[in-house]
Design a binder for this molecule. Structure first.
Ligand SMILES: *Cc1c(COP(=O)(O)O)cnc(C)c1O
Length: 397
């Protein structure tokens, strides 16, 4: 009986709207890319996709997906361990392990599932998870689903991490430090060199979520383990095929052989959810082939990020320190972030203003995401629009 709860939900929704926190979706009618068309008729430059390498509509990936539809069909109608594993699933898993310099890989429908299913199979109440306070929602959910003791350290704060490791050492059998590689709202990179030292000192494993760093950071895009020269030293890496790596769908956990083997036996989102569709797998394989051939896309992305951030700072904007393809333009005021994003859309620049609870109170911002799909003209247009609107709204002089 859908009775009283209807009114209750309607009232809650009204509250969300009145608080100005209701999420409206802008509707795109073109493929994803640097230049997109909206259903309003506007043609705008996109600066808020996770399309870091500009691969979301790359002809080679589109063709690979089509070819795989022809060779391997549309769906698997099964989880992996019953009858949902094709040769291409094994090929993609091997390619991911090769890319990260790890021992083995397990695929999931999404990284949300990879993170949701990574802790519970390997840790119990005897063990401890020491997690960065800004870790992604899916890590938080994964930790909740596991009985291990929980410790939290302040974002990238190595003093606090050491404190928590000391505390955890008093009671825990096994310990694992868990961190995002790049934190998506600020663009800062986890200090993996120091985390690695502390992990050794306190005999803890390391898990990194590379969703915003894989394909992006490091000279060849191998992620934060490349940036800090600790390839092969990290126990667990999770990542997505839904951001830099083509923007489609799919997640993975890659790392130590026994851990991956145990996940195949016990990880619930793997055991009880459908196998990744062949077209996504085929496109994934082609994407890793492209990564092996050249670092052209990384070179372009790194140049674009450096150029944009430098120019925005020169224009007078307050930019969070970033070593990634994320540029957080700090505005501090929630309404200002919304007004600025609206005015920028009128100037043909599609960006989104973020405010509490997505970011801490009083830290509203516009997050710009750079892409190898942007050319210099796109960047200059965005910088000019930011400067114009920034002056109008007295964000800069
Ligand atoms: C996007 C993201 C995820 C979820 O990835 P999906 O494959 O889209 O489910 C997990 N962790 C982090 C840090 C992310 O940014």
């Amino acid at each position: 009986m859908y009775g009283k709860i209807k009114d209750h939900l309607a009232a809650e929704l009204k509250n969300i709207k009145e608080a100005g926190l209701f999420k409206n979706e802008r509707i795109i009618k073109s493929p994803q890319g640097a230049e997109i068309a909206l259903t309003t008729g506007q043609e705008v430059l996109n600066f808020c996709a996770n399309n870091y390498l500009g691969l979301s509509n790359h002809p080679r990936l589109v063709k690979a997906a089509k070819d795989t539809l022809d060779s391997h069909g549309f769906g698997m109608s099964s989880v992996r361990f019953i009858c949902g594993c094709q040769d291409i699933h094994k090929t993609l898993e091997a390619k991911i392990a090769e890319f990260f310099g790890t021992e083995d890989t397990i695929l999931y429908a999404a990284c949300f599932d990879a993170n949701g299913g990574v802790f519970e199979p390997i840790l119990t109440e005897e063990d401890a998870i020491i997690s960065d306070s800004l870790n992604h929602a899916s890590i938080i959910d994964g930790v909740r689903l596991c009985k291990a003791q929980r410790f939290r350290f302040k974002n990238a704060d190595m003093g606090d991490l050491e404190e928590q490791l000391k505390k955890a050492s008093e009671t825990a059998r096994f310990k694992i430090i868990v961190t995002d590689g790049v934190f998506s709202m600020d663009g800062n990179v986890a200090p993996m060199d120091k985390i690695n030292e502390l992990a050794k000192k306190y005999d803890a494993m390391i898990m990194i979520d590379e969703c915003h760093s894989a394909g992006v950071v490091g000279k060849t895009g191998r992620g934060v383990t490349e940036l800090f020269d600790i390839r092969g030293e990290v126990d667990i890496i999770t990542g997505t095929l839904g951001k830099a790596f083509g923007g489609g769908i799919g997640g993975f956990t890659t790392g130590k052989k026994e851990i991956i083997e145990m996940l195949r036996q016990k990880s619930r989102p793997y055991l009880f959810s459908n196998s990744l569709i062949p077209a996504a797998v085929g496109a994934g394989i082609e994407m890793f082939n492209m990564m092996e051939e050249t670092t052209e896309l990384q070179d372009k992305l790194h140049w674009n990020s450096e150029y944009f951030i430098t120019k925005m700072k020169e224009a007078g904007f307050d930019i969070k320190p970033s070593k990634s393809a994320i540029c957080a333009v700090m505005l501090y005021d929630a309404k200002l972030s919304q007004d600025m994003a609206t005015k920028l859309l009128d100037e043909g620049i599609y960006v989104i203003g973020f405010y509490y609870p997505v970011v801490p109170k009083g830290e509203a911002r516009i997050r710009v995401q750079l892409s190898a799909g942007h050319n210099k003209e796109h960047l200059d247009k965005a910088i000019a629009a930011f400067t114009k609107v920034g002056k109008e709204l007295r964000v800069i002089k």
